[in-house]
Design a protein around this ligand. Structure first.
Ligand SMILES: Cc1cc2nc3c(=O)[nH]c(=O)nc-3n(C[C@H](O)[C@H](O)[C@H](O)COP(=O)(O)OP(=O)(O)OC[C@H]3O[C@@H](n4cnc5c(N)ncnc54)[C@H](O)[C@@H]3O)c2cc1C
Length: 433
């Protein structure tokens, strides 16, 4: 892509999945972009990390078939071959659910009928809840806490413990007692009540860097755009109808801010009309995710690549031989007592849980914990999330926290980035590019 004389690129601040999705969409539409990323590498909260020469992910991620924008993006970049897709199976001690390859909603009905660890009352209650939600197009009259909503729907405790609670924590990264019932229902709508393939588990079988950041950066650079890593934008200033990026010193007519929302107060200080957005971003609270990486002398035998380990915080273990033979990740979502445990104790506890599932484990060569303290916003009821367009013409917001049906996820981030790009393409005015 050759930028015509005098044409200013769209500036994108932040090279996480939202910023990269936006940059790819604009680049493919022939719109020049310059992307600024303060870290030395791209990917944000879904990035590659080097662990003594072995590439791992900053945190184990999981996608589902309903991630349409993400899967379409990776398809266009040719990296979808790094994904492994399987019909939903949940293997947890005392519970097993497997959805067969049958058309929806038969797949869910048959899956529930044969689920192990649920009694007839649980199964009927699950079917009743899905029917109740379908009749209301998954819209609740009033949002509240997911746990209260489930109690109101007479969902048995065993069903909440084994199915609804773990789905809520895994998808919203927020304990069911504090999570938004409406967002939880959105997740059920788009996964369990969608088309058959929407509930598929989609696992990355290469590090997250290979999935999007590397391919996106190559595409952008190959078409005349620019990606500047290690380049922090300190703030934005209005200059007539343009915006100036303090730090890199670029002035341009279109800017997409695709940072973590906690950065907005600093970036927007002094910008007129942005107070409401800054106040919204200040109202978010955060939930952590802990990943324990384990490197064994040889591969432990996983009967399925994703296994629930049971235990208080519902940890999940993932077989990650794709990164290195003998590699496994244990991921623990949301806040909990595990975060105050000394790392060696935590490692021993989760190793014991893994051994209970898999039998004797091969010798452990190395281990490492990564705690992302602000992994996602706490997805609580009635959270006000800012729109992608802002009161300042030419200034847009992308990120998993912007208005949308999804909790803080890769899909939410990608959707927001794509949406910003489409708004920009739609609004394209003369003399800007
Ligand atoms: C451990 C972990 C596990 C997760 N598991 C899942 C999962 O299983 N499934 C799922 O769908 N989602 C999961 N998520 C959530 C998902 O990773 C995020 O929702 C998504 O990556 C957010 O992308 P983003 O682009 O909105 O924000 P970010 O990734 O936060 O990107 C913002 C970028 O902006 C950069 N930046 C900030 N300030 C500036 C500045 N001033 N100038 C320039 N650059 C700046 C940052 O360095 C960062 O790279 C997980 C997250 C974590 C942390």
């Amino acid at each position: 892509m050759n930028t015509p004389e005098g044409i200013k690129p769209v500036a994108i601040v932040g090279g996480g999945w939202a910023g990269l999705a936006c940059a790819v969409e604009l680049t493919e539409a022939g719109t020049p972009v310059t992307l600024f990323e303060s870290a030395r590498q791209l990917g944000g909260r879904a990035r590659r990390v080097d662990w003594n020469g072995v590439p791992v992910d900053n945190g184990q991620h999981l996608m589902v078939g309903a991630y349409r924008e993400t899967l379409a993006l990776l398809g266009r970049l040719g990296t979808h071959s790094f994904l492994e897709r399987r019909p939903l199976e949940l293997h947890v001690p005392g519970f097993r659910l497997r959805l067969p390859r049958l058309p929806a909603p038969l797949n869910l009905a048959v899956g529930l009928a044969f689920a192990q660890g649920l009694d007839l009352r649980d199964k009927l209650a699950a079917a009743r809840l899905m029917n109740f939600l379908k009749d209301r197009a998954f819209r609740l009259a009033v949002d509240g806490r997911a746990a209260e909503f489930l109690r109101g729907q007479q969902q048995p405790a065993n069903l909440v413990d084994k199915l609804w609670g773990p789905i809520c924590v895994a998808a919203l990264n927020t304990p069911v007692e504090m999570a938004s019932a409406q967002v939880f229902c959105n997740v059920l709508r788009d996964s369990l009540a969608g088309e058959r393939a929407d509930s598929d588990l989609v696992m990355n079988r290469a590090d997250l860097g290979l999935l999007l950041p590397d391919a996106a950066a190559a595409l952008i650079a190959g078409r005349g755009g620019e990606v500047r890593t290690g380049c922090k934008v300190e703030g934005l200033r209005l200059e007539g109808e343009n915006l100036r990026l303090a730090g890199p010193g670029l002035t341009t007519g279109r800017v997409v801010v695709a940072t973590h929302p906690s950065r907005l107060p600093e970036l927007f200080a002094g910008l007129p009309g942005m107070d409401a957005i800054v106040a919204q971003s200040a109202a978010f609270s955060w939930q952590p995710i802990l990943t324990l990486w384990l490197r064994f002398a040889e591969s432990p035998r996983f009967p399925f690549p994703m296994l629930g380990l049971g235990g208080g915080q519902s940890p999940w273990a993932f077989e990650r031989n794709d990164l290195h033979p003998g590699l496994a990740a244990i991921v623990v979502s949301a806040e909990g007592p595990h975060l105050t445990m000394p790392a060696p104790e935590l490692k021993d506890e989760y190793l014991a849980l893994l051994a209970r599932r898999l039998g004797p484990l091969p010798p452990l060569l190395d281990w490492k914990t990564i705690v992302e303290k602000r992994a996602t916003f706490a997805c609580v009821p009635r959270l006000a999330r800012p729109a992608n367009a802002t009161p300042i013409p030419g200034l847009y917001l992308a990120g998993d926290y912007t208005a949308g049906d999804y909790p803080a996820t890769i899909e939410g981030a990608v959707r927001s980035g794509v949406k910003c790009a489409r708004l920009i393409i739609q609004d394209r005015g003369p003399g800007i590019y």
